[in-house]
Ligand binder design. Structure first.
Ligand code: ADP
Ligand code: SF4
Length: 692
């Protein structure tokens, strides 16, 4: 602990070392396995990203899922890969980065089964009997015989030996997230075998037990062997439950592994967004584990509060605080607690934009942490930023997520920043949206930045200061950034209708901005969702809570398709149905007149009519770029006033996610005063080596 530490002694317990078999973690902060869309395709980026978390104080840093053999290949998803020795150097790079900061490196070895389609290797996946794979692929598995089971054990053992060669300290045996053969065999709904691997729980657990034994025997002398086990699948009696078989499995294997990493299954249930679950939501399922084993227990629950963490330890729920998302949003979370800088913690908002990267086969991104995924390719460090090369001033107009992030980062760089906001409250869309049902954590995007700005002497905030061109010229900064956001469109233009609707009865047409400003919509309300993310369904929640009848019409074939990437879609549809919302998919809104909406089928073009008293259009947003265009139109006047550059950032240029606005503000701040050649790719690329 640094001598000048302001750390509250009640957090000391979080910094006690924990023995895990033959290795020791320096504290109780444990970055559990998490996907990142980088894996074996972008290994340098992955290694740097993990290394920075070790630097930030996480005592254990794990890989994501790592494939161990070509017969279980997760293509097109990008995970780790350790099929043979040729993959070792990629892992060694990550291990080296983690060890550099005194942390332990863990690897999660995974053999899937019917949850992969083997799109790359093109061999039939294995499972206990031939069943369709979990994806939409028209593929069935091949039933595995005893020699297949022996082969899986051998492949797992080989992978463990290669993991040891790569330098890993902890090797996982996996039975979680419904993504692995060991769990599939334990779950009786999948396992109809009549040999010693089927039938009784003892038999169904056999492969899991053998994999633990094999791994201990192969590498247990120097590596800890951890298990990741889903104690409850949230399927009631159809699945493993914490009251019955989940508990019995822990009882059976209690002292075998060196560490129990326990959670609920599947991934959708493990990484629930803040909209649907609070911090610490897994406790009631996993809390029994510690009473059955003397080995350290790790669990997750989107922990960002040190008090909640201490409580988990003191009440004997967990020995180590597992985290994926909180470590993504703030890689330096442990360090900040250690140094008593709690106000600096950048708390995860639980939005799962990070997960959306992995699901859409792209490198990870994060709403709160714009440097996430950019550690290697752009050399962005979450806690360090280059100082300004000149003493210059920047006027930023608009204090939404983009303007706030730009102001914060430029302030850190030493620029003199003036942040002008038309409203009394800062935050822009955040301040409006965080009042909607389930989105209160979004306020953290504003609050963290505001808190950081308050500490920066060089940043001044001007509230209730609507800026026009004259005011800009009067202030005459060296640089001008315009972050004036976007408004929801009232003409209904968007994906399904780029031109816009010819709506006859404008009076009863509303936008999300109207609702957020408190408009009272007469019911039944027809919500037309052409946006596909959260706004339309969150507003449905709000309107239902106001006692309104809601009809949810979307041009998409499914409800809010982007939320499949944030793993919320199932919960959203369930909620809408439970609330009695009528869902109409694959229909475009054409007209609304006299209380009657005309819809058109997206396939046949056939028209139907629906009765509604008002229509809420959630289609697309209009960039609020008037001021930007005005400023850009008079370059000579700007120059005359000494303004050397003008740039739009965030939604006023290209409306998108909050994550995109924060990222754009951050990128602007990083690039200001640096030479950026627009013809050159602004980041490093990883290329697959071209074989002979
Ligand atoms: P982003 O997501 O790009 O950060 P937001 O819409 O969240 O955009 O925020 C834009 C902010 O800009 C809002 O708070 C809005 O009040 C403010 N704003 C818009 N026009 C002006 C202006 N002319 N002067 C000052 N502030 C403005
Ligand atoms: Fe948390 Fe959202 Fe960042 Fe993921 S993207 S770590 S959920 S803030």
């Amino acid at each position: 602990m640094p001598l000048d530490s302001r750390r509250d002694p009640r957090y000391d317990i979080l910094f006690e070392p924990v023995r895990i078999g033959p290795v020791t973690a320096r504290n109780r902060f444990y970055q559990v396995p998490h996907c990142n869309g980088m894996g074996h395709v972008y290994p340098a980026a992955m290694a740097e990203m993990r290394g920075i978390k070790a630097e930030g104080g996480w005592a254990v840093i794990s890989t994501e899922e790592v494939e161990i053999h070509h017969t279980s290949d997760v293509t097109p998803h990008i995970e780790g890969r350790l099929w043979d020795e040729s993959d070792i150097p990629y892992h060694a790079r990550m291990v080296e980065k983690v060890h550099e900061h005194g942390s332990l490196a863990a690897i999660e070895l995974v053999y899937q089964g019917h949850t992969v389609a083997n799109r790359y290797s093109r061999v039939a996946p294995l499972s206990s009997r031939s069943i369709p794979v979990d994806s939409i692929d028209p593929v069935q598995t091949r039933a595995m015989d005893k020699s297949d089971i022996r082969a899986i054990r051998r492949w797992h053992r080989n992978a463990a030996l290669n993991a040891k060669k790569a330098g890993y300290d902890i090797v996982y045996v996996y039975a979680g997230h419904n993504l692995c053969i060991a769990q599939h065999l334990i779950a009786k709904r999948y396992n109809q075998r009549t040999d010693e691997y089927g039938g009784s729980l003892e038999n169904r657990v056999r492969l899991f037990r053998e994999l633990i034994e094999d791994t201990k025997e192969a590498v247990g002398d120097s590596c800890a062997v951890a298990v990741r086990f889903a104690v409850d699948e949230l399927l009631g009696p159809d699945g493993i439950t914490a009251e019955s078989e989940g508990r019995e499995v822990v009882e059976m294997l209690a002292e075998m592994p060196d560490l129990w990493d326990v959670n609920v299954s599947d991934w959708e249930n493990d990484s629930v967004t803040a909209r649907f679950a609070d911090e610490g939501y897994q406790e009631s399922y996993i809390s029994f584990v510690k009473s059955l084993t003397s080995k350290p227990v790790v669990g997750v629950g989107r922990f960002t509060s040190p008090d909640a963490m201490v409580s988990q330890i003191k009440r004997g729920v967990l020995d180590m605080i597992g985290a994926a998302r909180p470590s993504i949003a703030d890689p330096f979370l442990p360090k900040k607690i250690e140094e008593g800088r709690l106000e600096d913690i950048r708390e995860c908002i639980g939005c799962n934009i990070c997960v959306s990267g992995d699901f859409s086969i792209a490198p990870i991104r994060c709403t709160q942490n714009p440097t996430k995924g950019e550690e290697w390719r752009r050399k962005w460090h979450p806690e360090r930023i280059a100082k300004a090369k000149a003493e210059e001033s920047v006027l930023i107009i608009g204090a939404g997520p983009s303007g706030l992030e730009a102001a914060r980062a430029l302030g850190e760089r030493g620029y003199k920043v003036m942040l002008a906001e038309a409203e009394r409250d800062l935050g822009g869309r955040i301040t409006r949206e965080c009042r909607l049902p389930g989105l209160s954590t979004y306020a953290r995007v504003r609050d963290w930045r505001q808190g950081q700005i308050d500490k920066l002497l060089g940043v001044e905030i001007f509230r209730e200061s609507r800026m026009g061109l004259d005011e800009i010229l009067e202030v005459a900064p060296d640089h001008l950034a315009i972050a004036t956001g976007a408004d929801w469109r009232r003409d209904g233009s968007g994906r399904s209708d780029p031109v816009g609707l010819n709506l006859s009865e404008e009076r009863m047409i509303f936008t999300p901005d109207d609702v957020m400003a408190g408009a009272d919509l007469p019911g039944p309300v027809l919500i037309f969702d052409d946006d596909y993310y959260y706004m339309a369904n969150v507003l449905a929640d709000l309107l239902v809570s106001q006692g309104k009848e809601v009809i949810f019409v979307t041009s998409s074939d499914s409800v809010a398709p982007f939320t499949a990437y944030t793993m919320e879609q199932g919960r959203i549809v369930t909620r809408l149905l439970e609330q009695g919302v009528r869902i109409v998919t694959g229909q475009e809104l054409d007209d609304f007149e006299g209380g009657k909406a005309t819809l058109t089928c997206t396939y046949t073009g056939k028209e139907t009519a629906l009765e509604a008293a008002s229509v809420l259009l959630v289609t697309s947003r209009e960039p609020n770029d008037g001021l930007l265009q005005q400023a850009k139109a008079v370059p000579e006047r700007l120059l005359e006033a000494g303004i050397k550059s003008v740039q739009g950032i965030g939604d006023c240029v290209a409306p998108g996610t909050v994550a995109a606005a924060v990222y754009d503000g951050h990128r602007y701040a990083r690039n200001l005063g640096e030479e950026v050649d627009p013809d050159e790719t602004p980041f490093l690329r990883e290329r697959t080596a071209l074989p002979d």
